[in-house]
Design a protein around this ligand. Structure first.
Ligand SMILES: [Zn+2]
Length: 178
């Protein structure tokens, strides 16, 4: 953004028009935090990890969200005024339209979701026969997971390596949000 050297460990901002993530130095990132002077088109991705320990999803609601796989993330798009659902696939992040009333019911059942920042924070959910967990995470963490799974994906369900990568990723989430 400014030409300053950006180290391996760095922050991101979201361009809310192009939906791109940009790598930034700390100084630029601070400009676009909610307290910063930047405002407008760019938003700093925050560094908040919240475990929804008692995540509640009513029976049938997961089906209603029309997510065909066990991992998905959701975020509010301030430009479109809608909530989008994404899930990992061999092609990267696949988008699915989310019925807005389904999202409203999810927020009603899990009040902390009302604190989620549009465009830059996401609800990340893993739900399968052995896991039921949900977190509020920075949006860049979701794309990190999607990129890793895309790289490792094999066959119909992702395969052993992708599953191991998911386990490691969610392990880190548990530690960070503890
Ligand atoms: Zn900079």
């Amino acid at each position: 953004m400014c030409g300053e050297f950006v180290p391996d460990e760095h922050e991101h901002v979201v361009n809310t028009e192009s939906r791109n993530l940009m790598c930034t130095c700390r100084g630029c990132w601070l400009l676009f935090t909610s307290n910063g002077a930047g405002g407008g088109r760019y938003l700093a991705v925050p560094d908040r990890y919240v475990s929804l320990g008692a995540f509640s999803i009513a029976p049938g609601s997961w089906d209603e969200l029309q997510i065909p796989v066990s991992i998905a993330f959701f975020f509010r798009n301030s430009t479109l005024g809608s909530v989008a659902a994404f899930y990992p696939s061999p092609a990267g992040a696949t988008e699915s339209l989310l019925p807005l009333d389904a999202w409203d019911r999810l927020v009603a059942d899990n009040e902390v979701l009302a604190t989620m920042e549009s465009d830059v924070e996401a609800l990340l959910v893993r739900r399968d026969s052995t896991h039921e967990e949900a977190y509020i995470v920075p949006i860049d963490a979701c794309y990190e997971l999607v990129g890793e799974l895309r790289r490792l994906w094999k066959g119909f369900d992702g395969g052993t390596e992708a599953r191991a990568a998911s386990d490691a990723f969610f392990g880190r989430l548990r530690d960070r949000s503890a």
